[in-house]
Design a protein around this ligand. Structure first.
Ligand code: ZN
Length: 445
């Protein structure tokens, strides 16, 4: 559907219950000709769950696996849509919580929806606000965040950030929270989150869920999971723009095998066009691998899976190998703004004095605009003097690196070189010859 047609005109359409429109043949929520989404698996890894595919959405095709860039405030910080296209971006993520607070979904709808408002005509996903509620709540209490500290066992700084008062109150109907901007009170329910996302108009919207912390015990995680499941059915019932928006469910359950399996089965039985793996991914990377291995085989093969908030280069290989199709993560741009740059030899801290006279690019052979034109010495100068161009050029390079790494992984699945490419990449990347691991690039916080 054209953007101009989006608006809210579908809201008055009769809607079926969660399963009333199911197709008996493929389990999709609508006949393919009427659905906002189609997904086709093109190639699979031998003996594993990994695959390459094509995801067709109202605003274009996404070749998967794919990394979507994060545009929290309806902008990928400092970059234009043309620059995003130029570095290979296929899909952008917007944030329902932040856009609800500013400028508000009604204002975005007045401009014809998020695509027109931000000048990006490709596919967009909005998240539901559930994670931001998590961030305002026990993430402050428990000292865990989405990037630094999402795996508390790997972040020695976590305790220092703990024990701040939470700004949210969760009940069975929804969440009351305090705006981080002005302290005003707000309330999200599943219906409110879906209504906001429908007004924003992204190609993919996601269920409103309760995102638990790695430090929550099994009892709390189980209760939160049941609430998330009840909310998912309410999201399905509230989802009316089925012909031009796809609603993804979010599999939760923390690092508990039975809960993850229960959640995957719950979502697999419902007519969601796709799925996210969300919430606590455990205390370390091994937990995350187990969570993917428990959850993904239980989800329908023919629907896309998005791993929320993960984008470390090594994690991309591991998650793709286990069957993840879509990623988003703020790390590439956040690290860039701190002068931490991805290279095949690990992260490079551009502010280090040793780069002052370096006339070479960030990375030899990189096809990005930044590396084609500027030296490490000049980039270091921009960062040392606090010039705006520094973070912009660094963001272009880091996003180019991650987006095209995932494209290269996709190509390796198609031509049967995945295992050798993974081994070669990880050996060199972990070798860390770029030498940033102990420097400014060590933390994105
Ligand atoms: Zn580059």
């Amino acid at each position: 559907m054209r953007i101009a047609d989006c608006g809210l005109r579908n809201e008055g359409e009769p809607r079926g219950g969660p399963t009333s429109e199911s197709s008996a043949d493929d389990g999709s929520p609508l006949p393919a000709s009427q659905s906002a989404i189609s997904f086709e698996v093109e190639a699979r890894l031998p003996g594993g769950g990994g695959r390459a595919g094509r995801l067709t959405l109202p605003h274009g095709v996404v070749e998967t696996p794919a990394f979507m860039v994060v545009g929290t405030q309806a902008t990928v910080k400092s970059l234009t849509p043309e620059e995003l296209r130029g570095l290979g971006t296929q899909m952008v993520l917007g944030n329902a919580y932040h856009l609800y607070l500013r400028p508000g979904p009604d204002l975005v709808a007045e401009f014809g929806g998020l695509h027109r408002f931000m000048g990006w005509d490709g596919p967009i996903l909005t998240d539901s606000g559930g994670f931001q509620v998590f961030s305002l709540g026990f993430a402050l209490e428990h000292g865990v965040g989405k990037i630094a500290g999402i795996f508390p066992g790997e972040d020695a700084r976590a305790p220092a950030r703990a024990q701040r008062p939470k700004l949210t109150r969760i009940d069975d109907d929804g969440v009351t929270f305090t705006s981080h901007l002005d302290g005003s009170a707000h309330r999200f329910t599943p219906e409110v989150s879906i209504a906001i996302q429908q007004r924003l108009g992204a190609d993919v919207i996601v269920c409103f869920d309760e995102c638990t912390s790695p430090l929550h015990d099994r009892g709390y995680t189980a209760r939160a999971l049941e609430r998330t499941h009840r909310w998912a059915d309410r999201c399905l019932a509230a989802w009316t723009r089925r012909r031009d928006q796809a609603l993804f469910g979010i599999v939760q359950g923390g690092a508990y095998r039975d809960l993850r399996e229960r959640s995957a089965r719950f979502f697999a039985e419902r007519p969601f066009p796709g799925y996210c793996i969300g919430g606590s991914l455990g205390k370390d990377k091994a937990d995350m691998h187990h969570i993917l291995e428990w959850s993904l085989p239980l989800l329908p093969e023919g629907r896309p899976r998005h791993l929320l908030g993960i984008g470390d280069p090594a994690d991309l290989f591991e998650a793709i190998e286990r069957g993840i199709d879509l990623f988003d993560c703020v790390a590439p741009t956040r690290l860039a703004r701190h002068g931490a740059l991805y290279t095949a030899d690990g992260r490079l801290a551009i502010k280090a004095a040793r780069h002052a006279r370096d006339r070479g690019p960030i990375e030899e052979g990189c096809g990005c605009y930044t590396c084609g034109r500027f030296s490490r010495g000049y980039l270091r100068h921009l960062f040392v003097t606090g010039e705006l161009l520094g973070p912009r050029l660094a963001s272009i390079h880091n996003l180019h690196f991650i987006v095209n790494l995932v494209k290269a992984i996709r190509a390796s699945i198609l031509d049967g070189r995945f295992a050798t490419q993974k081994a070669a990449f990880l050996e060199r990347y972990r070798g860390g010859r770029a030498g940033a691991a102990a420097g400014a690039g060590g933390s994105p916080a």
